[in-house]
Design a protein around this ligand. Structure first.
Ligand SMILES: Cc1ncc(COP(=O)(O)O)c(C=O)c1O
Length: 412
């Protein structure tokens, strides 16, 4: 059976509810996606029957060990990691990044340099800026091309040198949807002996990560952005798994990803993660490997998301007073996710979001922690932007409803 949004929508309780007897519209995916029943059921089953900890000589502890192993295998398939041992779990992407940044920066020296970008969510900027401050390391920030909100690669490459220790870069902007050619950046950084830390939080719900093809050193994402619960996932490349010295409670684990994990994990979230990856893979050939099924399924999501983007851009082009920040050419849709940052002349993003909220239409307004971008675009002090984030469960009809709802503010 091929993927259709209608087919998946049935499995999301949130999409089928009414609020005040009216339907609901979720255009807030980049802030957090909705969750299918299979994920909810796995989480309830774990907490209801097996809630325990690791290492006990009884059934529920054995089940907990098995949940963690399954979750690592699922995340390995999702990210294309060489081994489940390369997968580290944590509370969320931000906490994992702060934690990893402490270990990664241990041997930085005063005068070393690092590169962050203005396109990034500040979880992948502040962590590094603060580590750099502790060590007297110089921080460069790469600009954005304002015309289409893509990363200014020339600027980035001009900043790279043999003093660069790390490049921290997003795979996709959570605000404008711009994709970043991180492979080019990784190759260039490695030539200079620098490591690369990739933020794939916004990328992962829309395109399949392949850490081995990228050759990145570290990559982080967050399951609540791809139809799962709140849990952060980091990939640590094999060469850094044993050589980095993470900050740990004694007696510290000597081997494997546990070296990077602190405290007790959210096992119910890991149970949900397994179901979320299985949900994502459901459109692949039965009997194929999980990775293969993910490849096949993502191809279908991308086809549908391209249709959504085309339709959104078409609707947008009908009005003269909407400004889009990001790629607007239909021919360049493969360079973006279906996440759109807009402002409407004569009305603040906050007022637009409140108007839509009253109609059960969920959109976010503000800066979304993309501070560098919003500062460069000059919108930070002006209420930021309205973000309309489409997911594979959204439909063309919902986009039409959205533009109808925006009607009072729009001019042809
Ligand atoms: C692109 C991007 N990176 C990082 C984060 C932070 O993720 P988390 O909430 O898991 O810390 C977000 C959250 O919105 C994001 O959109």
């Amino acid at each position: 059976m091929p993927f259709t949004p209608e087919a998946v929508r049935q499995s999301f309780p949130a999409l089928n509810q009414t609020v005040n007897n009216e339907p609901v519209y979720f255009f807030d995916g980049p802030g957090g996606s909705q969750v299918p029943s299979a994920v909810l059921e796995k989480m309830t089953a774990y907490l209801g029957h097996f809630n325990s900890n690791l290492g006990g000589a009884f059934f529920s502890s054995a089940e907990t060990v098995s949940v963690v192993e399954q979750a690592r295998a699922s995340a390995q398939a999702l990210l294309g990691a060489p081994s489940a041992d390369n997968i580290v779990f944590g509370a969320n992407m931000t906490s994992l990044t702060f934690q990893l940044s402490r270990a990664i920066s241990r041997d930085w020296q005063a005068g070393d340099e690092i590169i962050v970008t203005a396109l990034d969510h500040y979880s992948n900027v502040s962590s590094w800026q603060q580590a750099a401050e502790d060590k007297g390391v110089i921080v460069h920030q790469v600009r954005v091309n304002e015309a289409d909100c893509t990363l200014d690669y020339e600027h980035l490459f001009s900043l790279l040198s043999n003093k660069t220790r790390l490049v921290a870069v997003t795979y996709a902007s959570n605000t404008t949807g711009s994709l970043v050619g991180v492979k080019r950046i990784i190759d260039a950084a490695h030539l200079m002996g620098a490591q690369v830390y990739v933020d794939a939080v916004h990328y992962a719900p829309h395109a399949l990560v392949d850490v081995q093809a990228l050759g990145c050193d570290f990559l982080a994402c967050s399951a609540y952005k791809f139809f799962g619960p709140h849990v952060g996932i980091a990939y640590v490349a094999p060469q850094w798994l044993q050589t980095l010295r993470p900050y740990k409670v004694e007696p510290a684990t000597e081997q494997g990803p546990g070296r990077f994990e602190t405290g007790t994990q959210s096992f119910e979230a890991l149970a949900g993660l397994v179901a979320a990856v299985e949900y994502l893979a459901q459109w692949g050939d039965k009997g194929a490997s999980l990775r293969q099924r993910l490849i096949q399924s993502y191809a279908q999501y991308q086809q549908h998301e391209a249709v959504l983007s085309q339709h959104f851009l078409y609707c947008l082009s009908q009005y003269s007073n909407i400004k889009l920040y990001g790629i607007d050419e239909p021919s360049r849709i493969s360079e973006r996710t279906p996440t759109f940052a807009i402002r409407i002349d004569g009305v603040t993003p906050g007022d637009v979001a409140s108007h839509l909220g009253r109609l059960n239409m969920c959109v976010w307004n503000g800066h979304f922690y993309a501070l560098g971008l919003c500062k460069q675009l000059g919108v930070l002090e002006e209420g930021g932007v309205i973000r309309i984030g489409l997911m594979h469960y959204n439909t063309v009809e919902e986009i039409d409803q959205l533009f109808e709802a925006l009607g009072p503010f729009l001019q042809r």
